[in-house]
Ligand binder design. Structure first.
Ligand SMILES: [Zn+2]
Ligand SMILES: [Zn+2]
Ligand SMILES: [Zn+2]
Length: 239
């Protein structure tokens, strides 16, 4: 094997080792043996690999996977979902590109024909799961949950926006008011406060001294506009 070329046989030159490393077999200043990632080209794949488990594995999030390196729906490592193969065998032709398979009993390891349903796309599949969740939670498959109060309700009482989020109109209003007062604590509702004659005179005095209205409002527990109205003689004119 020529030194300086990748030993997988691809013929590309390898880089110079920047330091010595016993684990990787690097010697500082000499070219390394493989281009990054090419070492695995020498390890046999499939049945010849020492780790071969028969081409069938179970992935809890997707289902049973079968080794089919020639299938158009294969993953990067050459595996295809077993339920796709079963449905395609039953149909006699490949599944459309967007089609998704739903497991009726929600057990993705159970690939009996009676447990598989073809969905035209993933949004239809999501709808099936949403209806199953609603039926279990409140006994009505078409009811939806309010995003604010978290209660299930009939779609007649809810507003649903295009992304699929549902809510009560009054829940949005309450939430908006709550958020407004979190953001503007000074302007939150203050009960009507009766000022005494002395306090009004004091407020006018402070205004004339040039103290900002919001500071005076805080001091006397009234709103800023109230102070401005006193200053401009629009209220409490008789003092
Ligand atoms: Zn190579
Ligand atoms: Zn499903
Ligand atoms: Zn609500």
């Amino acid at each position: 094997m020529t030194e300086g070329l990748c030993q997988c046989g691809c013929g590309n030159p390898t880089r110079i080792a920047p330091y010595s490393c016993k684990r990787d077999g690097w010697i500082k200043g000499k070219p390394i043996r493989f281009i990054k990632g090419h070492y695995f080209r020498l390890t046999p794949s499939g049945a010849e690999n020492h780790n071969w488990k028969g081409g069938r594995r179970y992935n809890p999030s997707c289902g049973v996977m079968i080794m089919r390196p020639d299938h158009p729906r294969r993953s990067v490592n050459g595996y295809v979902l077993e339920h796709v193969l079963i449905v395609e065998r039953a149909l006699g032709h490949p599944l459309p590109a967007n089609a998704v398979i739903h497991h009726v009993n929600r057990n993705n390891a159970d690939n009996r024909n009676s447990n598989l349903v073809i969905c035209q796309d993933s949004s239809y599949h999501k709808l099936i799961h949403l209806r199953m969740i609603a039926l279990k939670a409140c006994g009505h498959s078409d009811w939806r949950r309010c995003a604010y109060c978290k209660r299930w309700d009939s779609p007649d009482n809810l507003v649903t926006i295009s992304c699929g989020r549902s809510y009560h109109g009054h829940c949005v209003n309450e939430n908006n008011i709550k958020r407004y007062h979190q953001k503007h604590p000074l302007s939150s509702y203050r009960p009507h406060k009766k000022l005494t004659k002395d306090q009004v005179i004091e407020i006018r005095k402070l205004c004339n001294r040039g103290i900002p209205a919001y500071k005076i409002a805080d001091q006397f527990g009234v709103s800023k506009s109230n102070v401005q109205q006193i200053k401009q003689n629009r209220i409490w004119k008789h003092f």
